[in-house]
Write a protein that binds this ligand. Structure first.
Ligand code: FRU
Length: 705
């Protein structure tokens, strides 16, 4: 017992000694409400450390803990200095975080030794990702060890970026203890990763059996995260894995907090978050853009999508994956395509069911689902799945097509019994769509090219006015603007100019489903909804699936879009009216309030000059004289048909999709109405209004069955 006790005492003494010699010495961490013994002059530094951003300043990130030095008190115009008490240099390095202006001698931090500036540093004058960020910085002071010194933080600049931010000044003997790693034995489903938006991006990787299996960039939180995201560990069950992070500040707790669990951390509130769309697909975590690989197989609608699993901004492109049996209720599955290595990202592409096994990929009872996608490092690649689209293997001969461009859309061309790949293709600086053909999805041959389309091409055939004997081909790219024409399996021949498709503010990079059974027969499209989700652990959304059709109008044949009828599955309550005569003004729809609606109305042209809806304070109005439909800053021409204008609206928490005259005008709008306004009103300006029919359906959330 006594021996044990004395060993303990001895060990304690030894470690204290080691600490005194090796451990770090914190010069200042600015976590108190005052500067303590530091002396401030002027106004710029206020009376004590700031807690983040100051009034009229952009968001400030990258500091540790809660407090930091911030000379933005009274804005850029103020000046001053902040000087530390004297201390002895006892370690080889001084490390700190610094941000703000890049004016040497004017916005800087100096190390003073014997009244002379021995070292100096400035901020970066930069706003990565719209924030002011402090970055880690190190001074080598090994030549000065033993000398007395002080630190002076200076703000003598009064114009733009006339301020400086500093935090966590530490003496240390380790210059770069910053490539950190830790080993885990995989025992649970998820590796939880703490994310701080705007923090410095760190390169993180996971190695299994000495091989890098995952590698990405992440704004790893050094302290409290904004949210947790995750890395799916199920493919590595029971294996030893090494997690590494490059260039991590020594004081960061980022890697310490990375740990496993069977539930994704911080998802108690999943799908109930303030701005979570309730009947539009969004990813549980991270960023989404384009819809990819839309394909129907064995009762499942597959939605793959451009996905950053590790942050809420674009980056680290993977193919996320979700499935639905009804286009309304989605279930997110594990990521379907992972980058093969860092920098070789999985950009957009498509998927088909190889019903005739033309590629010979089929190994079991299921038809192969074959994906074509852009690998940014290799070219257009083919991957195939024999497990109903869950996991994919790469074609051995990848890339299948090499060219300047991206975004392969593959379809089966029945009459020629061959595959067609439409590609965004750049040639001599021109933006074009190229067509390639293939008998087997593996060997591709260039066929033709058409000018004037940018990113994410789409080509499909539609019946005109529902007459299957009268079909036309539609070609469009990411913005949705389309041409109508003919296609012989190799060449698209336009018969129209370009027509505008989306009149909204958030439509981009749509796709339509391949392999929809003939018994269904619809051409269903899902587009990326470019909508920022403030403060959420996810960002962007998919627009509601729409059914496309070609119809003859006064101006010629045009593409129409209507919400997929499956929206009805969410009807929770609703009412219908006929022949309503409404007085001039805003007319509340009696007894109806809420956040989620499907609304349909037929307004008869009469005395009212502007008619429509005010949904939670947002106007969707038809201007009778101008014959224009408007919402926020968007407008589109729309003519009454036999004296009637029809409006259809899908209203969710972050969007209002507007359809005019049965989808002649499609206007998807990203908009976040005020939290406290759940009202619904009918607008009748400058006269009374006659409404032929009105249907208002309140919707339930698709996330609670
Ligand atoms: C369109 C796009 C595609 C590309 C993808 C990358 O939004 O730029 O051209 O493949 O996004 O995420």
């Amino acid at each position: 017992m006594r021996i044990y006790a004395s060993i303990c005492v001895l060990m304690f003494a030894l470690s204290a000694l080691a600490n005194a010699e090796e451990g770090e010495i914190v010069i200042a961490d600015f976590e108190e409400s005052t500067y303590g013994q530091w002396a401030a002059t002027g106004q710029a530094f206020g009376t004590g450390p700031a807690q983040g951003r100051l009034r009229e300043q952009m968001e400030v990130t990258g500091y540790l803990g809660r407090g930091l030095v911030n000379s933005f008190f009274d804005g850029d115009r103020s000046t001053g200095t902040l000087t530390s008490p004297e201390f002895k240099i006892e370690r080889k390095y001084i490390s700190f975080f610094i941000g703000g202006g890049r004016y040497p001698g004017q916005t800087c931090m100096n190390l003073l030794v014997g009244r002379k500036i021995a070292r100096t540093a400035t901020g970066p004058n930069d706003r990565p990702g719209g924030t002011e960020r402090l970055d880690w910085h190190v001074w080598d002071v090994s030549a000065l060890v033993g000398q007395m010194a002080s630190i002076e933080i200076v703000d003598r600049h009064t114009g733009g970026w006339g301020h400086i931010t500093v935090d966590h000044i530490v003496q240390t003997n380790e210059r770069n203890a910053t490539d950190k790693s830790k080993e885990i034995v995989v025992s649970e489903k998820y590796l939880n990763l703490p994310v701080k938006n705007g923090a410095a991006k760190r390169r993180m990787r996971m190695l299994v059996e000495g091989k890098v299996v995952r590698e990405f960039e992440i704004e790893l939180a050094d302290a409290e995260p904004d949210f947790w995201t995750f890395l799916d560990l199920t493919a590595f069950a029971d294996k030893k894995a090494m997690i590494e992070v490059d260039n991590l500040p020594r004081l960061s707790h980022g890697l310490d907090r990375v740990g496993q669990s069977d539930e994704i951390r911080g998802t108690e509130n999943l799908y109930k978050e303030k701005y979570r769309p309730q009947f539009h697909f969004t990813s549980r975590r991270g960023w989404n853009n384009d819809s990819n690989g839309l394909v129907f197989y064995e009762g499942e609608w597959h939605l793959y999508y451009q996905h950053n699993p590790y942050g809420v901004q674009w980056g680290n492109m993977h193919w996320g994956h979700a499935i639905s049996e009804d286009l309304v209720h989605w279930r997110e599955l594990p990521i379907a395509l992972y980058p093969q290595r860092f920098g070789d990202w999985c950009f957009s592409g498509s998927a088909v069911v190889d019903v005739n096994n033309t590629a010979g990929f089929k190994t079991g009872g299921e038809d192969a689902i074959v994906a074509a996608y852009t690998s940014t490092g290799r070219g257009e690649c083919i991957a195939y799945s024999n497990d109903r689209g869950r996991t994919f293997a790469e074609l051995e001969g990848n890339p299948a097509v090499r060219h300047e461009g991206r975004d392969p859309k593959v379809i089966w061309y029945g009459p020629g019994r061959h595959w067609v790949m439409a590609l965004y293709h750049e040639i001599e600086g021109k933006r074009t769509v190229a067509f390639y053909t293939s008998p087997d999805l593996k060997k591709w041959e260039y066929a033709s090219l058409i000018d004037g389309f940018y990113e994410c091409p789409e080509i499909f055939e539609l019946a005109v006015d529902g007459d299957v004997a009268k079909r036309k081909w539609v070609l469009h790219a990411a913005d949705g603007d389309y041409m109508i024409g003919t296609f012989d399996g190799k060449t698209f021949t336009p018969e129209s100019g370009k027509h505008k498709y989306s009149h909204g503010n958030c439509f981009y990079a749509s796709q339509t489903f391949n392999n929809v059974p003939a018994s269904d027969g619809r051409r269903i499209q899902i587009a990326w909804g470019r909508v920022e989700m403030p403060g959420m652990p996810f960002n962007q959304m998919m627009l509601f699936p729409v059914e496309l059709g070609l119809r003859t109008t006064d101006e010629g044949v045009r593409m129409f879009a209507r919400p997929a009828r499956e929206i009805e599955r969410l009807y929770e309550g609703g009412r219908q009216w006929k022949d309503l005569s409404l007085p001039m003004g805003r007319n509340p729809v009696p007894g109806i309030e809420g956040e989620l609606f499907h609304i349909r109305a037929a307004f008869r042209s009469g005395e009212a000059k502007r008619v429509g809806f005010v949904v939670r304070g947002v106007e969707v109005a038809y201007d009778v004289n101008e014959r224009r439909l408007r919402c926020l800053d968007k407008a589109a021409s729309l003519s009454p048909v036999e004296g009637v204008v029809r409006l259809e609206l899908l209203v969710d928490r972050t969007s209002i999709e507007v359809f005019g005259n049965d989808g002649r005008v499609y206007m998807p709008m990203g908009v976040i109405p005020p939290d406290d306004d759940k009202s619904l009103q009918i607008l009748a300006e400058a006269g009374p209004l006659h409404v032929d029919t009105l249907e208002v359906h309140v919707l339930r959330s698709a996330w609670q069955r």
